[in-house]
Design a binder for this molecule. Sequence first.
Ligand code: ATP
Ligand code: MG
Length: 438
Amino acid sequence: MNQETGLQKPRGTKDILPDDQPYWQYVLDCAKNVVLGLGFRQINTPLYEDKRIFERGVGEGTDIVEKEIFLIESANSSDGEIDDVQYALRPEGTAGVTRSYIENGMSSWPQPVRLFYTGPMYRRERPQKGRYREHRQFGVEIFGDSSAKSDYLSIMSAYEILTKLGFSKLAVAINSIGCPDCRPKYLLKLKKYYSDKLDKVCDDCRRRYDQKPLRLLDCKNDGCRKIAEGAPQILDKLCAPCRAHFQQTLEYLDDFGIKFNLDPTLVRGLDYYTRTVFEISSHEDKERKTTLCGGGRYDNLAEVLGGNKTPAVGWGMGLDRVVAEIKASKVKIPKLRGVEVVILELGKTAKKVCKKIYSTFRDQNINVFYIPSNDTLRSQLKMASKLEADYAVIVGQREALSNSVIVRDLKQSTQEDMPMTKAINEIKEKYNSEIKNC
Ligand code: ATP
Ligand code: MG
């Protein structure tokens, strides 16, 4: 904190400093490459939406809407227009993407529509390790396919990203929470089971009993968890179509070697889920696990937000947690490209040659830094090392006259005199092969 002004970042947020950016870039590149290769296309939606989209989409009475939403205070805008809509910062991606699907008529595009997004999400939670008020997610949504193929594709895409990132002990937990046909009957059974245990559960659970009985299963409190483990299981009460759908989803996972654990207490926090729900954690071991990704099917959401009934399935991945795990694992990650070559011009006679080298490298997409200066060679070399460049190409009067240059390898502290064309070709070749790899 600044001692004088008391100014500091908002509670529960963080700055991502330059040293951490390669991790973020690495994770995002990997995630994007995987989903682009599976036929997903990127969508960006606003960081804020009409609050009702979250109330209806995420669900009133959920933790997110009830306790965690950041409202934007409405004010007269500069053109005198008064906003009569109450806006809220997005707590998750699915409601906004579904709003966009409806608003942009995507139901008339060839189905299924496969989309992915990335960006910050906002939740007014109690900040703690791995839990921020501003965190970043990567997520996918598949609209317009009710078959288990899309449940599989969705889970497989998240699994593939995390595997490629180096997570080798992933744990996939999966459950089905049925549909509006079979769930109400199950909820009656569940309430019956809890009816004589209400004095043993927490206050939150007593509220859930009346408002959101399914969420009784998902309480984190130890005492409540024990009771939840003995509750009747929804898998036994699914209607035939929900059961068949779940079975097909599991068969796909089996076929493609994605190991999973059936978790009858997995119900997830959001209202809009139907049928498949899943979570992927970094580790099977309870003590070491972090939930990295959560998702499921939400066949009723589009209709709730005013569109046609559209089957859909997707997930959101917490990138802050993914990056933290990768950093802790000390995996080697690719370096970001910075300055590669610095051209050092010594004296005005060298200008013409330097400009030529500069434009050749620039045309080849090599990151070249060239600002003519009268400083001594020593101080220009210092500047080049501060920029963390790989090479300095040094041209003085003698070199300019003989069409040669000095190439200094700044990392090895070695240097060599060579003809200009040879220098250009050698450096070009080195970077051409590297750039293709990233
Ligand atoms: P949790 O049970 O951990 O609260 P959630 O069910 O609220 O998770 P989702 O809404 O499914 O989480 O969000 C998807 C992913 O985003 C989570 O699996 C997690 O990795 C990440 N995430 C959620 N909330 C936060 C947060 N406050 N800070 C950092 N990451 C978060
Ligand atoms: Mg949460």
